[in-house]
Design a protein around this ligand. Structure first.
Ligand code: GUN
Length: 163
């Protein structure tokens, strides 16, 4: 299937961070936490797809998210921890090159992602799971200009993800 056929086949829609997604699972509710009046789900899962021209700009989630590689290109995930440490990881199938099939992004880290172009594919399909379940109010897209001021040591890589 081509990238566009797969987006249609899986009923994916554009994600505000970039790329395309569809929610595949939303668990039972576990009640309210964090006193913020949202009744939470225990967990959620999505399919997330990025073409070679898409990227996921810097954003952060309140809770830890796990990415799982399903199909296509490897994907680079760039994280900045609250202490200002930069982490670069590649989720993919070439384990001998250090790619891993899963990657854990700790809640509160800023992170961005993009495909690594490879022969035979022009997209990546991953799964993203989060617990407690995803809510848009736990999600913040960075103003990358401001992020670069806050983390000047990482300005160059931050600016590579400017929309
Ligand atoms: N549902 C809508 N957007 C997202 C996302 O970025 N991550 C997860 N896990 N679920 C979502």
């Amino acid at each position: 299937m081509t990238k566009d056929e797969l987006i249609n086949h899986l009923n994916m829609m554009p994600h505000p961070e970039g790329g395309y997604y569809v929610e595949t699972y939303r668990s039972h509710k576990i009640g309210m936490i964090n006193k913020n009046n949202i009744e939470r789900n225990a967990s959620t899962a999505i399919y997330f797809l990025m073409g070679d021209n898409d990227f996921s700009t810097f954003h952060k989630l309140k809770f830890t998210e796990i990415w799982h590689h399903y199909d296509g290109n490897p994907v680079e995930i760039v994280e900045i921890t609250p202490k200002g440490e930069l982490k670069r990881s590649i989720v993919g199938k070439d384990f001998l090159k250090g790619e891993t099939p899963q990657h854990v992004i700790t809640g509160g880290n800023w992170f961005a992602a993009r495909t690594i172009e490879s022969e035979g594919s022009d997209y990546v399909l991953v799964g993203c799971t989060v617990a407690p379940g995803f809510e848009f109010e736990d999600f913040e897209i960075a103003d990358v200009n401001k992020l670069a001021v806050d983390y000047p040591d990482h300005k160059e890589i931050i600016m590579e993800f400017k929309k």
